[in-house]
Structure formats: structure tokens, C-alpha cells
Design a binder for this molecule. Structure first.
Ligand SMILES: [Zn+2]
Length: 363
């Protein structure tokens, strides 16, 4: 029975949807199998010439014999095919991969292509899928279930974890790209193996108002030493001359700043500034609510008109980070937490620069 005939026989919406989905998946799977197979043949022909050619030109190729080094087109020959399995989004496909042999030593030469890297069981598109799902709040366990269902393939939890960690390790941002004017410092709480940890964050703002994360440290404490290691890594020129640093007034941050960027001016973010003032005023006029109100109203006007944007832009990002990591109940390992932080910042930087974050993360 053809699909057309089968769709007529369906008795429910579910049956129709299931039929269409499974057929679409099968078609796409077959299309990818053909595409990759044909692309491989084309690759061999491109450098080695057509099969029937008796005498070959000497042309450089991208192929390297592990014993003899780079090969010219007339230093290799075709040697049949081998079968290889590849996991794509729609399932598992088998590909006939052309084999090449080195004419000098007889060794097999591996074909390597951007569209089919060596020794990769999962096709490149899966890295994106995994990253996208994981960063958007899906756990590894759920990821396994989702991918397992669509691919009809059991992808192990460990292998998913490793794939994500590998991508995270490679991810990097280009930074601010202009003179740093304002530096925001703050911390985001997290848990690693059930223990409290802090992500110490440094967000920079340039002359034009452009913002980007410049660095972050995953630390078991919020000590002066930890802030120093973050600030040192930023390599701020001229001891911070001309720079404004905005933070929450934490003593450890303040003393780290005085050591690493003594020339920088620092200010509390508006919320903290107002909060501190409120505590002080309440201490001065413990029973005078009207007086406290009056002082606060005036202070608010003064502080907010002087610098309208003093609420740290980090606060929003930290809320977002918490929202994402809360359901995970912390991280199982320090590496996992550090890599997540790293990839998260690359994602945030891409978002602030109005770039496609998936493109920036998986490259
Ligand atoms: Zn060789």
C-alpha cells in the first residue's frame, strides 16, 4: 500500500499525524543518506579525477598518508568502499564511504570532510540540537528521551554529557571590541555536588554602550582572592584609569578593586546605594517614618537622575541563569558547572550583540 492509500484508511488524527511524521522522517533520512554518499563520491572525483582515467595529473589533495605524509592525486588509488553508520536527527543511516589507498606504502587513507568528520558517530547537526535543548532548560535525561524518540536510537547519557562538554569547552566570545568604560561585577549563586558555589561575573560596557561578558570565575567562595583572580584575568590597562566599576558594595570586591585597579572609580549600583542609605537613615531616625520617606525620595531622585542606568544589567542575566539552573538542582561536577558557565556567557554575549547565539556557540 502506498502512503496515499494508507492515509485514506486512517481512522483518527493521531494515525494521520503518526503516518505523516514517520514517512517524512524516513524520506529525510534517505535524502541525507544519498546526499552524504554522493558528496563523498564527488569529493574523491574532485581531487582524484574520474575512475576511468589512466594517467593522472599531479595535483595536491587534502589526503594525508599516516606514513608518507601529504599525497598528490597520482599517489593514491581507489580501493572500494566500506560501510559506516551515522546517527542523524531522523535516525541511523548507513553510508558507503569510498576507500583510498596510498600507492607508496599500501596503507589506507582516511577521507576527511567537513560534512563527515572522521570517527564521529553522530552527525554535526546533533551538536546543535543537543546544545539548543540543553541551554533552553532540558535536562540530560529529558534530552536522551527526546533524541531517543526522534532518532529511534539510544544515545547514552554519558555520551550526551560529553558532547555538550566538548562544545562548551570550545565556545568562546570575542569580547567587547572597544574601549572599556564601565565594569559591572556581581555574583550568581549555584551548587556543585550539593555545595554552595558562586559564579563571579564581570560584564563590560564600552564607549558606545555595547555590553559583553569579559570574564567569569566559578568559585567555592566570594573571597577577595577569588575576585582578584577574576580581575587579574581581565587585564585592564593602566590600573583602571578612566574606568567606572559598579558593584554591590561587598567588602571583598572593594578591596580586590583597590589592589588590581586602584585608578578606577567605583560605585555601588543604585539599588544597593539606596538600600544602604535606607539602613543608615532608619538608624538615624528610628521612629520617624515620614522623615525616612522624605530622605529616600530625594535620594532616589538624585541617584537616578545622575546615572539612569545604575541598576546592574547583571541582575537580569543572573535571574535568567538561576531560572535555567534551578531545575537542575545544581551541578554534579565542577567541570560541568564551569563549562555551563562558559557556554552560557557566550550565549549571553551573542544575545547582547544581536547575533544568533546557536551559531556563536556551535561553530
Ligand atoms: Zn603511504
Amino acid at each position: 500500500m502506498t502512503v496515499t492509500q494508507r492515509i485514506v484508511e486512517c481512522n483518527s488524527d493521531k494515525q494521520i499525524v503518526d503516518l505523516v511524521d514517520s514517512q517524512a522522517k524516513a524520506t529525510l533520512r534517505e535524502w541525507k543518506r544519498k546526499l552524504i554518499g554522493e558528496a563523498l563520491e564527488h569529493l574523491v572525483t574532485k581531487y582524484h579525477g574520474p575512475k576511468w582515467l589512466k594517467i593522472r595529473e599531479r595535483k595536491p589533495t587534502p589526503w594525508v598518508c599516516s606514513k608518507c605524509g601529504p599525497r598528490q592525486s597520482n599517489q593514491v588509488k581507489r580501493n572500494g568502499h566500506y560501510q559506516r553508520y551515522l546517527v542523524v536527527k531522523e535516525g541511523v543511516i548507513d553510508i558507503r564511504v569510498p576507500q583510498l589507498e596510498c600507492l607508496s606504502c599500501g596503507k589506507q587513507i582516511a577521507l576527511d570532510a567537513l560534512f563527515l568528520p572522521k570517527r564521529k558517530r553522530y552527525w554535526i547537526e546533533l551538536d546543535r540540537k543537543i546544545t539548543e535543548l540543553y541551554l533552553s532548560g532540558v535536562s540530560y535525561r529529558q534530552l536522551k528521551a527526546i533524541l531517543g524518540r526522534t532518532m529511534e536510537w539510544d544515545c547514552g547519557l554519558m555520551s550526551l554529557w560529553r558532547r555538550f562538554q566538548k562544545i562548551a569547552k570550545k565556545a568562546s566570545s570575542s569580547g567587547l571590541g572597544e574601549t572599556l568604560k564601565v565594569l559591572y561585577l556581581d555574583e550568581a549563586y549555584t551548587r556543585v555536588k550539593g555545595r554552595p558555589y558562586w559564579n563571579l561575573l564581570a560584564l563590560g560596557e564600552g564607549k558606545s554602550g555595547k555590553r559583553a561578558y569579559l570574564g567569569a570565575v566559578l568559585s567555592p567562595d566570594k573571597s577577595e582572592a577569588s575576585w582578584i583572580s577574576l580581575l587579574e584575568a581581565l587585564e585592564i590597562p593602566e590600573a583602571g584609569k578612566g574606568l567606572l566599576v559598579i558593584h554591590d558594595g561587598d567588602q571583598a570586591i572593594a578591596s580586590a578593586l583597590s589592589l588590581i585597579v586602584p585608578q578606577a572609580k567605583s560605585r555601588l549600583c543604585a539599588w544597593h546605594e539606596l538600600h544602604n542609605l535606607f539602613l543608615k537613615t532608619r538608624g538615624l531616625f528610628p521612629n520617624n517614618k515620614d522623615k525616612i520617606k522624605e530622605v529616600m525620595k530625594e535620594a532616589k531622585l538624585r541617584i537616578e537622575s545622575a546615572q539612569p542606568k545604575t541598576t546592574s544589567p547583571l541582575e537580569r542575566a543572573i535571574k535568567e541563569y538561576r531560572r535555567r539552573t534551578r531545575p537542575m538542582d545544581g551541578f554534579k561536577s565542577r567541570i560541568g558547572a564551569a563549562n555551563f558557565l562558559r557556554i552560557w556567557l557566550v550565549k549571553e554575549n551573542a544575545r547582547m550583540a544581536k547575533q544568533d547565539w546557536l551559531e556563536a556557540v556551535v561553530n
